[in-house]
Design a protein around this ligand. Structure first.
Ligand SMILES: CC(C)(COP(=O)(O)OP(=O)(O)OC[C@H]1O[C@@H](n2cnc3c(N)ncnc32)[C@H](O)[C@@H]1OP(=O)(O)O)[C@@H](O)C(=O)NCCC(=O)NCCS
Length: 175
């Protein structure tokens, strides 16, 4: 995948860099946001830095930067597809990414994540070789599930992951 840099009305979407850590630390320490992301053990600056550096190294970890002041206020991370999808014949030989995303709590419900994903998804399908995208969320995460549905994701399967039920939604590239 080549480097992504997109511009929307209010945001720049580009890879997170070390200089963004202070802004990341400010939004990621919200316990509710962490719970919804399934983050465990991010309790202080050192553990947040470890997670931040892990994401920079192991994922495509994109910052959502507010154009108005250049501050990162959220992120979208692209991971390998959810395990059961990669074992399903329907997805064999296809390139997919599992999305995770977060918006700073006080910036939520302003249409910003929708704006970022509406720009990113066509880029992934048309220029970055993606055939499908997936995202798993707990049934109670209505913000995540309804945002995905608004973007065209549909239910693939519900699955138990340890003691948690997950709703797995998928978006296929249009042929
Ligand atoms: C999910 C999340 C990223 C949405 O970001 P956002 O910038 O607030 O989303 P938007 O304002 O662009 O909303 C777009 C659509 O998502 C849905 N949505 C967003 N927040 C919602 C909420 N609290 N309740 C119900 N639907 C919601 C709506 O369909 C909304 O469209 P509408 O405003 O026309 O109704 C944000 O709530 C968040 O960071 N949550 C915590 C982390 C998380 O759950 N991440 C997803 C799993 S990895």
């Amino acid at each position: 995948m080549s480097s992504i840099r997109l511009e929307t009305e209010r945001l720049i979407v580009r890879p997170h860099g070390l200089d963004d850590f202070t802004a990341y630390f400010a939004y990621i320490m919200d316990p509710d946001l962490q719970a919804k992301l399934g983050l465990n053990g991010v309790t202080d600056e050192a553990s947040a830095k470890e997670t931040f550096c892990w994401l920079m190294k192991n994922c495509i970890f994109l910052a959502l930067v507010r154009k108005a002041d250049g501050k990162a206020i959220g992120h979208i991370a692209l991971h390998p597809p959810f395990d059961s999808l990669s074992h399903d014949p329907e997805f064999q030989g296809k390139t997919g990414y599992s999305l995770s995303f977060a918006m700073a709590t006080k910036e939520q419900r302003r249409g910003l994540m929708g704006e970022a994903l509406e720009a990113l998804i066509p880029e992934l399908f048309q220029h970055q070789g993606a055939d499908f995208l997936d995202r798993e969320a707990e049934p109670s995460n209505t913000a995540c599930l309804s945002l995905q549905q608004k973007l065209g994701f549909t239910l693939w399967r519900r699955e138990r992951w340890y003691d948690t039920e997950l709703v797995i939604q998928v978006l296929m590239k249009e042929q």
